[in-house]
Design a protein around this ligand. Sequence first.
Ligand SMILES: NC(=O)c1ccc[n+]([C@@H]2O[C@H](COP(=O)([O-])OP(=O)(O)OC[C@H]3O[C@@H](n4cnc5c(N)ncnc54)[C@H](OP(=O)(O)O)[C@@H]3O)[C@@H](O)[C@H]2O)c1
Length: 342
Amino acid sequence: MSTQLKQQASYEATFFHNFWKQTLSRVPVIPPRTELAGKTVLVTGANVGLGFEAVRNFLRLRPSLVIMGVRSVDKGEAAAAALLREFPDARIEVWELDMESFRSVQAFAARAERELDRLHVAVLNAGLGKLKFERVDEGGCREVTIQVNYLATALLSFLLLPKLRPTTSSPESGRLSIVNSGASLGLSLEDPGDGRLLDSFDRPDKFDGLGQYGLSKLLVMMFVAKLARTINAEEVIVNCTDPGATKGTAFFRDVNSRIMNIALGAFMGLIGRRTEDASRIYLHSSLVLGKESHGSWTDWIIRAWPKTMYTDKGRQMGERLWDETLEELKFAGVKEKLQKDL
Ligand SMILES: NC(=O)c1ccc[n+]([C@@H]2O[C@H](COP(=O)([O-])OP(=O)(O)OC[C@H]3O[C@@H](n4cnc5c(N)ncnc54)[C@H](OP(=O)(O)O)[C@@H]3O)[C@@H](O)[C@H]2O)c1
């Protein structure tokens, strides 16, 4: 487990390590006996990029149903149609999910509650690196702010837990893998003093684009570590999965500087993995690795957490984040979703 890998954390956060990992190691193939017959798989942000390729990789293992969670159903249907040409016997459903709207996340989870007997594997991949500060007004509940990616991810995780838990007819642990990024490895959270930690991200004057992207991913890792201490791996195995720098996705779509685009193209050309290889990492994290990966940072092996998480300050920030998250999301009854495990 990542919890035991403190000695590696500083090294694994270095550019040298990541350069080496990206260029000299290959993502292993999925062991041949891995299969998904009778299982239901969810991938969010599945219409393009890593999510789309992950669905293709999952379909090779013949699941009963794949749900593509997408914010544009039209784009999702077009992506599903392309996959169905390749896998004509597959059952694919496109479900609307906007990770900038708590209501959409709740509606998505309610649909899962209504329509699924069991959800076996959920890969929460949807995410963007926004370059401009944006705030989304949700009306009914507190504004969704730029922490939306983190908070919506936490909300969806909580709400899916009941369906991920084993049933009598399907007794194996559910799998929840949340996509992370090496951009968070060397970061730490500033103590906001008497203020709320979540509010400290809701500051246009402090917003620095991709820096905040890394911080939002650090929040996700801290959340996953605490969630794993709260729920039992016999019920749901939760971990973070890191695809590493990946070329050929739409991730940098908001970058409109020509020079920046050239620089990013050159960087990705040098170290970026192909999408079909990087997306295979999601399958390693959610199928091949087992209970030993509960609460961990993973790709095809278990890696160290961001190094701040091994410090007293990082641990305190993690606890504070968890308490604030439960408070922020209490409108959706998230504590009750944890009840079975408390
Ligand atoms: N590419 C990399 O080098 C890299 C490295 C490490 C981690 N990651 C992570 O990998 C994940 C996928 O990235 P990618 O490179 O595949 O990027 P991508 O090609 O841009 O795909 C992002 C996906 O997320 C969806 N999405 C974005 N915002 C959403 C929202 N509010 N609600 C619902 N769906 C939303 C997008 O839908 P639309 O098409 O409708 O916008 C798209 O399907 C992200 O979490 C990213 O942080 C990427």
